[in-house]
Design a binder for this molecule. Structure first.
Ligand code: PGA
Length: 242
């Protein structure tokens, strides 16, 4: 399976900063034998769209989109607009959306289905909190979030899952390789039971150039979703070349 490296910029980079990053980054990705996706904030979608024209293995997407194209949804982002501008991917259920913005678990399947229906690829983010891990609930949480997120998903349409233990996101505390391997093996089996064969499973949570190689060598780790270390073109390139 081709590796996939995704950069979640969160609320970082203005349109000008987005163009600067991509001007430095994109020419260097021609020698990377993987697919790369950048997730700029929605306010920089258009700047991204202009910069990506003509790139063969690099794409961009939205960090959060609503499950309807338009309507009375003040402040939300439209997947229809994402598609119109040339975006290819959408994150669904990132832990910051779930915890900071209180997104409901019941929204996830509608978002995944709507994104798939537009011909875009959803990246469904799942993962346990530290309290849940300490209580031995890691598998149960991942199973529940897969169930909730994929209830309306089509096995015939593209899908990516990102396993991001909440306690490893932005903390500098990366999960141990054995913890990542166990979780990815569980998620792989769960996806197969649901009929999602060949779904790439990304790991996310404090991925850096220094730990990318070891993590990428684990079975069922098909790439990364990178936050902090994706904000600098050189650092993210090192991860893409791991
Ligand atoms: P991090 O973020 O790499 O900064 O831990 C990952 C994410 O939130 O997707």
């Amino acid at each position: 399976m081709k590796k996939l490296f995704a950069a979640n910029w969160k609320l970082h980079k203005t349109p000008a900063e987005t163009r600067d990053f991509l001007r430095a980054f994109l020419p260097q990705t021609k020698t990377v034998a993987a697919e790369i996706v950048i997730f700029p904030p929605a306010s920089s979608w258009e700047a991204a769209a202009q910069s990506f024209a003509g790139s063969a293995n690099c794409f961009w997407g939205g960090q959060n989109v609503w499950s309807q194209a338009q309507g009375a949804f003040t402040g939300e982002n439209s997947a229809q607009v994402l598609k119109e501008l040339g975006g290819r991917y959408a994150l669904v259920g990132h832990s910051e959306r779930r915890s900071v913005f209180h997104e409901e678990p019941t929204w996830m399947s509608d978002k995944v289905a709507f994104v798939q229906g537009l011909g875009l690829t959803p990246i469904l983010c799942i993962g346990e909190t530290l309290a849940e891990r300490d209580a031995g609930q890691t598998d149960a949480v991942n199973a529940r979030q897969l169930e909730e997120g994929l209830a309306k998903a089509k096995t015939s349409q593209p899908l990516v899952v990102a396993y991001e233990p909440v306690w490893a996101i932005g903390t500098g505390r990366v999960a141990q390789p054995s913890q990542v391997a166990e979780a990815h093996a569980f998620i792989r089996r769960n996806l197969q039971e649901k009929g999602f064969e060949g779904t790439p499973i990304l790991y996310g949570g404090s991925v850096k150039p220094e730990n990318a190689g070891e993590l990428l060598g684990l079975p069922d780790v098909n790439g990364f979703l990178v936050g902090g270390a994706s904000l600098d073109p050189e650092s993210f390139l090192k991860i893409c070349r791991a």
